[in-house]
Write a protein that binds this ligand. Structure first.
Ligand code: CMP
Length: 142
């Protein structure tokens, strides 16, 4: 098992519906530790840069519009196999396809307003964490 870090975002629908605590409760219960956290309102440039890999996808403009529609909570999670564990707790991108008991199956509104984002690999987690956090804003707990 490997100690990893991953980036989690509580998206605008999660913040608007007061689900920050519910999301964090589920992540903590799975053994993940919050080692960095802040609430921000993404600019158009922030969202475009963060989701640059999806630039050619038909949903890109809607995704950027949605992610800038309200505040989000960006968090760094730490734990054994944190990347996979976070994705397991989140469930599939499309809430209709997410396993029962996952955050997206239980809480998400749609494939766009799907409550949470989580890095999909250790390499991408490093890039995504660096996108939002300075090293000094992360407090290791292990
Ligand atoms: P996320 O894990 O944040 O990564 C990209 C996001 O694009 C994804 O979650 C979805 O919220 C959003 N998205 C919107 N439409 C689609 C789609 N058709 N397929 C995949 N992702 C989509």
């Amino acid at each position: 098992m490997a100690l990893e870090r991953t980036l989690s975002i509580v998206k605008p629908d999660g913040v608007t519906r007061n689900l920050i605590g519910e999301v964090v409760r589920r992540l903590e219960r799975a053994g993940l530790k919050v080692v960095g956290s802040r609430m921000i309102r993404l600019s158009k440039g922030d969202a475009e840069g963060f989701y640059a890999v999806h630039r050619e996808r038909p949903f890109f403009n809607d995704l950027v519009r949605y992610m800038t529609s309200g505040p989000v909570v960006v968090q760094v999670l730490e734990g054994e196999n944190a990347v996979a564990k976070n994705r397991e707790v989140m469930g599939a991108t499309d809430p209709k396809k997410a396993a029962p008991g996952t955050i997206r199956a239980d809480l998400a509104e749609s494939i766009e307003a799907n409550t949470v984002h989580g890095s999909d690999s250790v390499d991408n987690a490093k890039v995504e964490i660096d996108y939002f956090f300075k090293a000094a804003d992360i407090c290791p707990r292990s």
